[in-house]
Design a protein around this ligand. Structure first.
Ligand SMILES: *[C@@H]1O[C@H](CO)[C@@H](O)[C@H](O)[C@H]1NC(C)=O
Ligand SMILES: *[C@@H]1O[C@H](CO)[C@@H](O)[C@H](O)[C@H]1NC(C)=O
Length: 415
């Protein structure tokens, strides 16, 4: 009877895991909605999340969208998605001047809702989304670091459970005194903190933002992200990842009608291809962006994904189960990897000890088993802090050992 129970517990846990994965939200989009005031006097809705929402719909995905907007915002682009709006006095308003600098437009902010979105604004069931895409448009509108749920030891176990894509162009924009948008010369603190400590964010920028950076800054950012994708307009894109620097070529189209939202489409296409486990997300993203630039500005962002629709199979329960199995595999690999690394570190640590230490340690341990009680008794009678002190020194010694172990690991990696 007991043997049955031992098998039953992990089985029930596994079934529970797959069942909860089936019900998981596929995509969470977070960022501010804009009103784009264009030369011809029209005021279409815009912003990275608007384009991401339009593209996600083309992929047949119902996303959870968390955004900030005033009463004047046009929210129709989010039809079909689950929309959560944090109300604000004003909607972020960009004035566009179509004077071209390379492929860049001149922008001016004329109204700013002044709300910082964070994970706390996201409903609980959306926080568990399989893929998270963050699309800040200005420096202070989004706390990207708050979305790094597993940014620590747990990350080793949960890597692969949630992909985070950061479309960070807004973090690299500075507002001049007249509201004009200017690029920053170095990566902003918002960008760097949004990458966290454990290299698990996919970062998307365009060459407009990264051009002013020195090699060192670029190296620092690349070293802090899981991958960095820099789009270069008609010159394609560059992917920096664990296997090096890769060119991603554009997919040629007969006629480029409007490049608005091309970068957002690229990023969204990349993240969705990644979640789906497609072999070459970069090439897929490039294809998706090529469909978006074939659409005229007049119908955007609504129509940005229209030429994609029907060309990518929709997510089905089988895909979700496959993604869940993949997540489980990644967690297992994380666990094994961690075990191996710690084991290796421990082995190296032992090898570096002076000869004879092991025998001494063994002798001490044997003596300690008998003498421990007497020792702690002595400390107690010493009196300062009583009980706590007696337990304290032993704990601290353990901690010291851990620290040494950690420093050995680091040294080994550097060598
Ligand atoms: C929002 O604006 C008000 C007044 O302009 C300012 O006092 C406040 O600090 C701003 N809040 C944020 C989060 O920037
Ligand atoms: C790195 O990027 C290239 C080009 O997009 C891709 O083929 C490769 O699989 C990526 N490697 C990793 C580890 O993501």
């Amino acid at each position: 009877m007991k043997h049955w129970a031992v098998l039953l517990v992990p089985l029930v846990a596994l079934i529970g895991y797959f069942a909860s994965e089936l019900g998981r939200v596929d995509l969470l989009l977070v960022g501010t909605i804009t009103v784009d005031v264009v030369d011809d006097g029209s005021r279409p809705a815009g912003g990275a999340v608007s384009y991401a929402a339009s593209i996600a719909r083309a992929y047949g995905i119902r996303a959870c969208v968390v955004s900030v907007a005033g009463e004047d915002a046009d929210l129709s682009v989010f039809a079909g998605h689950e929309l959560h709006v944090v109300p604000a006095a004003a909607t972020l308003t960009f004035e566009h001047t179509y004077t071209w600098f390379g492929h860049q437009r001149k922008l001016r902010v004329t109204a700013n809702p002044n709300v910082t979105l964070s994970r706390a604004h996201v409903p609980r069931h959306c926080q568990r989304a399989r893929t998270v895409i963050l699309g800040p448009l200005t420096q202070h509108e989004l706390d990207a670091a708050s979305f790094l749920e597993y940014d620590s030891m747990w990350d080793a176990l949960f890597r692969g459970r949630q992909h985070i894509g950061l479309m960070a162009q807004g973090f690299q924009r500075r507002l001049g005194p007249d509201g004009r948008v200017l690029p920053l010369l170095t990566p902003s603190p918002q960008l760097l903190s949004g990458l966290g400590r454990s290299r698990r964010v996919s970062l998307f920028l365009s060459d407009v933002e990264t051009e002013p950076w020195s090699e060192d800054w670029l190296g620092l950012v690349v070293g802090s992200a899981e991958r960095v994708l820099i789009t270069r307009g008609s010159a394609g894109a560059t992917e920096y990842n664990d296997t090096g620097v890769h060119d991603i070529h554009i997919v040629p189209v007969d006629k480029v009608r409007d490049t608005n939202g091309a970068g957002d489409t690229f990023a969204t296409g990349y993240m969705l291809a990644l979640a789906r486990g497609l072999p070459d997300p970069g090439a897929h993203a490039s294809w998706a962006a090529s469909r978006a630039v074939m659409q005229p500005q007049s119908c955007k962002p609504h129509c940005a994904g229209d030429l994609i629709e029907g060309h990518v199979p929709a997510w089905r329960p089988a895909d979700r189960l496959a993604a869940a199995a993949h997540g489980l595999g990644a967690a297992a690999r994380g666990l094994v990897d961690r075990g191996l690394r710690e084991g290796l570190a421990a082995a190296l640590h032992l090898r570096q000890l002076p000869p004879g230490t092991l025998t001494q340690m063994a002798a001490k341990a044997t003596a300690g088993a008998g003498g421990g009680a007497a020792q702690s008794g002595k400390k107690k009678s010493g009196g300062v802090g009583g009980k706590k002190l007696a337990a304290g020194p032993a704990d601290e010694e353990d901690d010291d050992d851990d620290d040494e172990l950690a420093s050995v690991t680091v040294a080994t990696v550097t060598l």
